[in-house]
Design a protein around this ligand. Structure first.
Ligand code: FAD
Ligand code: DLZ
Ligand code: SF4
Length: 512
């Protein structure tokens, strides 16, 4: 029986399960660039360019290895515009009777693929995505009987399962988690290494021309383009991280500096999430760097925790809770996303810098996403739908399975605390401690009231005040209510008045 092996844009690994047992005479591999996937949210130009170039390079590497590949370019005259119709077209063209595909990363696509069996009258084989380290059913099993799910417990389970940074049954160094050593403030004399930059080859050049022509209305800068687009380049980029950044990753994980978007982070999310890199190989390499004495434990552990802990935990929650998770709105908020998320036109320098970094690079690091961009959306009360659409479209590493739990769960607390134990709400003093943004801001971070005061300061208390009923019983937030209750009536009035004024000005289209 001849089969169609469908490879989606985020499945660019030769070891992907949908290619297992492939035989050239028996199968055709389909990879397709389709308008529907680029526009169901309007992805950042650089993200589309990255993915299309990586897809084309991956297809070429398969062809060189003897695979029969049907590759549909976006501007092919036969392109039908969606994964569904491309599959249908190729099934008919080659009279194929079966589709083999690895479990997609999104609920939407899984539902779509499941319909094909009926709609096309053929057999669909959906295989496990073995690139992940915890299967969705294993995550469900792990979660059974637990009143609350917490990443830390899951992380310990994963450390033991893969025996990573372990000495027998105990964590190396005696502690599971060195997060408290990962919060150094940025110092101006830090010498941050240059990030990896790949050469634009002919394939990427053609893609850039295509994106420039077809997606000119999408957010983001297309050029300069410097992402790795092959596995070899992605490995080179990762190895540069291990040798030049990882050492400081732990200490400065939460730090933000104006004009330094890359800091000591790894910038591998986009490569991991489309399959150019595999999580376990990255984790092992970092474990080896620690064993060889090249990097300190807080850096190695901090990095490994992100991959085997947070990344897998987010995916577990996504598949456990979809589709309801997408509809959650614990605080019942309804504001639209302010326009400045697209333009960067705001007097709040922290937001402006993070948005401009995002526009330029389709990248911002975790604390920029969480404590600046996400924090503001939480305090202001933006409807989770708009926040999710923004985060899904603007980052080159964004796919719903990881974006949604981060945004709705970690940032917006839209699940009421299923994923995180408390909202990551913070006032300006946190941003000031962890960045140098405030020194170039029109607002004054130390001012608590009045038009010159940092908006994060009063919006923070206003957020707590208006959600008292929902948050007061949370013991991790309760202390903040005690602080609020100790404030004078005047102070509380100022918080309310300033918040109303600010929200009104934003609503009236003023630059705030
Ligand atoms: P590093 O800081 O170097 O971390 C190494 C790797 O750990 C990352 O590449 C990533 O694979 C993993 N990781 C770290 N934190 C997380 C996390 N919270 N959840 C899942 N994996 C994590 N990550 C995505 O991959 N895609 C997204 O769409 C995405 N959206 C996010 C939205 C918000 C609001 C927030 C707060 C976080 C989001 N993250 C997302 C998590 C994290 O911010 C990115 O993984 C990270 O910034 C990518 O940059 P890096 O590769 O330099 O990561
Ligand atoms: C994100 C994306 C984009 C922009 N374009 C394509 C595409 O043209 N063809 C394709 O197969 N996949 C694309 N993708 C990735 C899919 O959207 C991804 O497989 C789903 O979001 C599931 O994670
Ligand atoms: Fe952001 Fe407030 Fe600092 Fe300005 S003063 S950069 S708004 S935290």
């Amino acid at each position: 029986m001849k089969s169609l092996h469908l490879i989606l844009g985020d499945q660019l690994s030769e070891s992907i399960s949908s290619l297992a047992g492939y035989e050239p005479n028996q199968g055709i591999v389909l990879i397709c660039e389709v308008l529907e996937e680029t526009t169901y949210v309007e992805h950042h130009k650089k993200k589309i360019a990255f993915l299309f170039s990586a897809m084309r390079h991956f297809a070429n590497s398969l062809i060189e290895k003897g695979y029969r590949v049907e590759y549909t370019k976006l501007n092919d005259p036969n392109n039908t515009g969606s994964i569904r119709t491309e599959v249908q077209r190729i099934l008919e063209k080659f009279r194929l009777s079966k589709v083999i595909v690895t479990h997609p990363g999104e609920f939407r696509l899984l539902q779509e693929i499941k319909r094909w069996e009926n709609d096309f009258g053929i057999h669909i084989e959906i295989r496990t995505d073995q690139r992940f380290l915890c299967r969705p059913d294993e995550f469900l099993e792990w979660s059974k009987g637990k009143k609350t799910l917490r990443m830390e417990n899951f992380y310990r389970y994963m450390r033991k399962k893969y025996s990573i940074l372990m000495s027998g049954n105990n964590p190396i160094g005696g502690q599971w988690n060195y997060d408290v050593q990962n919060r150094k403030s940025p110092k101006s004399e830090l010498k941050i290494p240059e990030p990896y930059s790949a050469k634009v080859d002919e394939v990427t050049h053609e893609v850039l021309k295509l994106i420039d022509k077809e997606f000119s209305s999408h957010f983001g800068d297309l050029e300069p383009f410097y992402f790795a687009v092959t596995r070899e380049q992605a490995l080179e980029s990762f190895s540069m991280f291990v040798s030049s950044r990882l050492h400081n990753f732990g200490d400065y994980q939460d730090a933000m500096i104006e004009g330094e978007p890359w800091m000591y982070h790894s910038h591998i999310g986009f490569y991991l999430n489309c399959g150019l890199l595999l999580p376990l190989e990255c984790v092992k390499a970092v474990e080896e760097a620690y064993a060889a004495g090249i990097v300190p434990l807080n850096s190695a552990e901090g990095f490994i925790r992100q991959i085997i802990g947070w990344r897998e935990y987010m995916r577990g929650i996504y598949w456990m809770k979809m589709p309801e998770y997408k509809r959650l709105n614990f605080f019942g908020v309804s504001h639209k996303l302010p326009d400045f998320y697209w333009t960067g036109k705001t007097k709040m320098n922290c937001l402006k810098q993070c948005i401009l970094d995002t526009k330029k690079n389709a990248y911002a690091h975790h604390i920029q996403r969480l404590m600046v961009l996400g924090n503001f959306a939480l305090l202001f009360g933006v409807d989770p739908k708009y926040v999710n659409d923004w985060f899904l479209s603007v980052y080159a590493d964004a796919y719903e399975w990881v974006e949604l739990p981060n945004v709705s769960g970690m940032v917006l607390f839209a699940d009421g605390g299923f994923l995180a134990s408390k909202p990551y709400a913070a006032s300006g003093s946190y941003i000031n401690k962890m960045s140098d943004y405030c020194k170039n801001c029109s607002y004054k971070v130390h001012k608590k009231a009045g038009p010159e005061a940092c908006p994060f300061n009063y919006l923070y208390w206003n957020f707590l005040d208006r959600n008292r009923e929902k948050l007061e019983s949370n013991f991790r937030v309760n202390m903040m209510y005690m602080n609020y209750d100790r404030m004078s009536k005047d102070k509380k009035n100022n918080i309310y008045e300033d918040s109303i004024r600010f929200i009104g000005e934003l609503g009236d289209g003023k630059v705030v």
